[in-house]
Write a protein that binds this ligand. Sequence first.
Ligand SMILES: [Zn+2]
Length: 104
Amino acid sequence: MTEHRDGNSLAGALADIFAAEITSAQVQCRACGLATTLAQLLVYGPEPGYVGRCPGCAEHVLRVAKTPAGTWLDLGGSTSLLFSTMAPSPTGAASSARTGRVSS
Ligand SMILES: [Zn+2]
């Protein structure tokens, strides 16, 4: 068994991710496997919360809801988020690609 630390050890690695421009992050739809940027999702809301749906199959990929307790982020419709280290294209649009599923 490997040695482990508490969740505070994630702070450095996650600080770069959550300081990044989130709409350029690539998200993969759990239902159909389409990989696209958050900016390309079909978004409904804001009440009772935002729902981002896949442009390929219309299934929900993520949900964001503000409540008195805080902001909830549900990524249950996605398999992963990729925060690319590559520069965005000149048009700001990233290409979409259908990829294989990633098990989680
Ligand atoms: Zn989809």
